[in-house]
Design a protein around this ligand. Structure first.
Ligand code: ZN
Length: 732
C-alpha cells in the first residue's frame, strides 16, 4: 500500500470538482498511476464535457453518477498491521468498483471513440463524481468541532499510539479501529457523499452512487462509533439543504443497513425536514448498536418517532430477530416506507446503503437478495423526481456487497428490476409492521386506516370479548341455570371473572363434563374505506354450545371455562394487543385449572369425569394431567386442535402418555402444519400426543360439528363401562 500514497493523492488534481465526467476505470492491476480510477482529462479525445452535458440535459438524458477514490482504502487498522483481519476491510469498495467495471457500468477501455459512444448513448456509462476532502465547516454542520479535532489528531499520532488506541476502541459499543490515514479517508468519504448528493440535488446527474468508506451512520455528533468516524450522509444532507434551500428542503434518508443508524437518527431527531426511515434488526435491543448507556438517548425501537417538530419524522422498522429476507423487506416497503415517503414528498432521497442485510453476510444474518435491492431502489426512484443518491454504509461479505451494489447500480441506470419471487412474510415481522403502523399513525394520514385510538373512544366502550362472554353467561344461565363458580383468590377471580360457569348442584353429579375452550370464533367484513364493522357483517361461531346442550340433556354436570386469548386490564390502551404468549397462557391456565381441581373436582364423588379441550385452551387439559395425579379419576378426554399440538407426558408417571393415548380423542384440523410435513406427521402418532386423528374439516367449529356424534358415542361408551380406571386394562 505504501508505495501508492503519492500517486493516489494526485489523482483528482486539475479537475473542476463541479464537473461530471465519465468514469474511466482501467484495469485494477494498473494501480501505479491512477488505481484504476483515472479521470480521463486528456484533451486529445476531444470530449467537450460542458457541451455534451448541455446537449444531454436538453435531451432529458442525464447519466448516473459514481463517486470513488482509491485513497479511501488507506483507512486501515493500525492494530492489525498492513493486512487487516477486520470486517470493515478496504477491499469492500474496491470490489464494488471492480464489479461495476466488469458489469459495464463504468467505462473501462481506451476507446478513442468514447466521445462518439457518448454522443449516441450518453447514459451508457456512469459519470464520475470526484471525491474531495470535506471541509471542517461542512463536517461541523452535524459534528462538534471537538469531534472533528479528535479525528484530525489521528493523522498526527504515532503508529504505536494508534495501535493502543485501536485496541481500546475495539470494545463494546464503540467498536472502532483507527490508523494513520483514517482522517484523510474519512474526509474523502464525507466529501464524496457531499459531492454525490450535491450533483444529484443540482440535477447534474440523474442519480448517483457513492462507493465510500469508512461508513458513517453510527457516528454520533460528538463521538465516533461502530466503524464510523464522520457521519457522511447527514453531512451531505445538511450541505445540500444549506446550498439549495429552495430546491432541496426536504430530504428522505432511507437506511437499509442491517444495523440501526443511531447517529443519523439522533442528529435529526427534532428536525421536521429530514425524514429518517431505518430498517434494521433490533432484537429487543440485543443487536448492535443496542441500547445506549444513557437511557435518555433514544435507541432503534419502533416507539422512537422523533421529538418536538421532528415527531413522526423518525421511523424505525425494527425487526424482532435476524433471518429477515425479501418477503419482509418488500412488505415493509409496500406497507410503511413508500406510503410515508410519498406523503412526506421529499426533494431528494439519500439511501444509507449498507449491504449487511444481504444474503451471505454473516454479521447481519439476513437474506436480502440483489433483485430485492433492485426493487427497493426502483421504488425509491419514484420519489423526488428520481433524485436518489446512494451512499455505501456497512456490508462485510465482499461477494454479497458487490452483487447487491451492482443490482442497485443497474437500477439507477435505468434497467428494470429483475423478476423475482416474493417469499411469504414471517409472522413476527408482519406483526411488527402493524405495530410500526400504529406508532406512526398519529403523524401520517396514510398510516391511519384501520388504527384505532382507544383513548378517543370514550367511557362507554367495552371490549367485544367481554360482551360475548356476558352474553354467553346470560344464555347459559337462562337455558341451564348455570352460575359463576366461586373463586376465592382475588387475582384469579379478577382475571377469570365470568369465565368459569357451572350447573347447579355440580358436587352431587355422577357424571361431569369439564370443558376448557377458546372464545368463539369471529369473522367480520370491515368497511373497506373506513374499516368500521357493521354488526350485520360480523359473524360469531360457537361450537361449544351444542356440546353443553347434549351434556345437559344427558344429565351431566357441566363446568364451562372460557380462556380469553388475552386477559385485558382497564389500563390497556393499545387498540391491537396480540394474544398472550405461550408462557403467560400456560401460567394463567395452570393456576386456574389446578385451583378448580384442588378446591372442587378432586373433592367430588363423581363416577365419570370427562375433559374437553377446545382450541388453544386445550392447554388446560395438558396442564391438569401433568400437574395433578388425576388420570385415575378421568373417564376420557376429547380435544379439538387448530394450533400447537401439545404432548402429555410426565417424568414421575411413566404411564401417563400410554394412558392418554388410550383414553383420548384428539381431532386435528385438516390444514394443520403437521400433516404437510412427513417428519411431523410421524411424530403426532406417538402416544404422548394422544389419540390423534386428522379431521376432514378445517377450523374448530366445523370439527366440533362434524365429530359430535363420534364424541357422544365415545363418552356414552365410557359411561356404560362404569369406572374409568378399568378402561385401560380392558382395551389392552
Ligand atoms: Zn451495518
Amino acid at each position: 500500500m505504501e508505495g501508492e500514497d503519492q500517486a493516489m493523492t494526485d489523482a483528482p488534481n486539475g479537475i473542476d470538482e463541479s464537473h461530471v465526467v465519465p468514469v474511466t476505470g482501467r484495469d485494477t492491476g494498473d494501480t501505479s498511476a491512477n488505481n484504476g480510477m483515472h479521470v480521463d482529462t486528456d484533451d486529445s479525445d476531444e470530449c467537450d464535457e460542458d457541451g455534451l452535458m448541455r446537449t444531454m440535459r436538453r435531451r432529458g438524458l442525464l447519466p448516473t453518477g459514481c463517486c470513488y477514490d482509491d485513497r479511501m482504502k488507506l483507512h486501515a487498522n493500525a492494530d492489525f498491521g498492513p493486512s487487516p483481519h477486520h470486517p470493515e476491510d478496504p477491499r469492500r469498495i474496491e470490489e464494488i468498483m471492480e464489479i461495476f467495471r466488469k458489469g459495464g457500468l463504468v467505462y473501462t477501455g481506451y476507446d478513442s471513440n468514447l466521445n462518439e459512444i457518448l454522443q449516441d448513448n450518453p447514459t451508457k456509462y456512469m459519470w464520475r463524481i470526484p471525491a474531495r476532502p470535506a471541509t471542517k465547516q461542512e463536517i461541523c454542520t452535524v459534528h462538534t468541532p471537538r469531534h472533528y479535532d479528535w479525528v484530525q489528531n489521528l493523522s498526527e499520532m504515532s503508529t504505536r499510539d494508534l495501535r493502543v488506541l485501536s485496541h481500546s476502541l475495539d470494545q463494546g459499543r464503540a467498536s472502532l479501529y483507527v490508523g494513520g490515514m483514517s482522517y484523510e479517508a474519512a474526509l474523502l468519504a464525507a466529501g464524496g457523499a457531499v459531492e454525490t448528493c450535491k450533483n444529484v440535488a443540482a440535477g447534474k446527474v440523474k442519480n448517483a452512487f457513492a462507493i465510500i468508506r469508512p461508513p458513517g451512520h453510527h457516528a454520533e455528533y460528538d463521538t465516533p462509533m461502530g466503524f464510523c468516524l464522520f457521519n457522511n450522509v447527514p453531512i451531505a444532507a445538511k450541505v445540500c439543504q444549506n446550498e439549495y434551500p429552495d430546491t432541496c428542503r426536504k430530504i428522505l434518508i432511507l437506511d437499509w443497513d442491517v444495523h440501526h443508524g443511531n447517529g443519523v437518527q439522533n442528529m435529526f431527531y427534532e428536525d421536521p425536514n429530514i425524514l429518517y426511515i431505518s430498517l434494521h434488526v433490533y432484537a429487543n435491543g440485543d443487536f448492535y448498536p443496542g441500547k445506549p448507556d444513557n437511557p435518555m438517548i433514544p435507541d432503534g425501537d419502533i416507539d422512537k418517532v422523533g421529538e418536538g417538530p421532528g415527531r413522526g419524522k423518525n421511523v424505525n422498522i425494527a425487526w424482532p430477530s435476524q433471518g429477515m429476507g425479501d418477503g419482509e423487506y418488500l412488505a415493509a416497503f409496500q406497507k410503511i416506507v413508500m406510503p410515508i415517503a410519498h406523503e412526506f414528498n421529499p426533494d431528494m432521497v439519500i439511501i444509507s446503503a449498507g449491504f449487511d442485510a444481504a444474503d451471505g453476510d454473516e454479521l447481519g444474518g439476513c437474506f436480502v437478495t440483489p433483485p430485492c435491492y433492485a426493487h427497493m431502489t426502483h421504488m425509491l426512484m419514484s420519489l423526488a423526481g428520481g433524485k436518489v443518491a446512494v451512499c455505501l454504509e456497512g456490508g462485510y461479505n465482499l461477494k454479497a456487497i458487490s452483487h447487491s451494489a451492482l443490482a442497485v447500480g443497474r437500477t439507477l441506470m435505468g434497467e428494470p428490476p429483475p423478476k423475482m419471487e416474493i417469499p411469504p412474510i414471517n409472522k413476527e415481522a408482519a406483526k411488527l409492521l402493524v405495530k410500526v403502523q400504529a406508532s406512526q399513525a398519529p403523524y401520517w394520514e396514510c398510516m391511519r386506516p384501520g388504527i384505532i385510538d382507544v383513548r378517543e373512544l370514550g367511557d362507554k366502550t367495552s371490549r367485544l370479548h367481554d360482551v360475548i362472554r356476558g352474553y354467553q353467561r346470560q344464555l347459559l344461565s337462562e337455558k341451564y341455570s348455570m352460575i359463576p363458580l366461586f373463586i376465592q383468590r382475588e387475582v384469579l377471580y379478577k382475571s377469570f371473572e365470568n369465565q368459569v360457569l357451572i350447573t347447579p348442584g355440580l358436587q352431587a353429579k355422577r357424571k361431569i363434563m369439564f370443558i376448557i375452550h377458546d372464545p368463539p370464533e369471529l369473522k367480520v367484513m370491515p368497511d373497506l374505506v373506513d374499516n368500521t364493522v357493521d354488526p350485520h357483517n360480523g359473524f360469531i361461531m360457537d361450537g361449544v354450545l351444542s356440546y353443553i346442550d347434549w351434556a345437559h340433556k344427558n344429565d351431566f354436570g357441566i363446568l364451562d371455562v372460557n380462556i380469553p386469548h388475552y386477559i385485558t386490564h382497564t389500563e390497556d390502551l393499545d387498540a391491537h394487543t396480540p394474544r398472550a404468549d405461550e408462557k403467560t397462557l400456560q401460567r394463567q391456565i395452570q393456576e386456574l385449572v389446578c385451583y378448580i381441581w384442588d378446591n372442587y373436582l378432586q373433592l367430588y364423588d363423581v363416577d365419570d369425569l370427562f375433559l374437553v379441550g377446545v382450541g388453544n385452551a386445550y392447554l388446560g387439559v395438558k396442564v391438569l394431567l401433568t400437574n395433578r395425579d388425576c388420570k385415575g379419576r378421568i373417564a376420557g378426554v376429547v380435544n379439538f386442535v387448530t394450533g400447537n399440538l401439545r404432548p402429555v407426558k410426565s417424568e414421575t408417571d411413566t404411564e401417563l402418555s400410554s394412558w392418554y393415548k388410550q383414553n383420548s380423542l384428539v381431532y386435528v384440523t385438516n390444514d394443520h402444519a403437521c400433516w404437510g410435513d412427513a417428519d411431523l406427521a410421524k411424530k403426532v402418532v406417538k402416544k404422548r400426543f394422544g389419540g390423534v386423528q386428522r379431521s376432514p374439516q378445517v377450523g374448530l367449529n366445523r370439527m366440533m360439528e362434524a365429530h359430535a356424534k363420534e364424541v357422544y358415542q365415545f363418552i356414552d361408551g365410557r359411561v356404560e363401562q362404569g369406572n374409568s380406571g378399568n378402561t385401560t386394562e380392558e382395551e389392552k
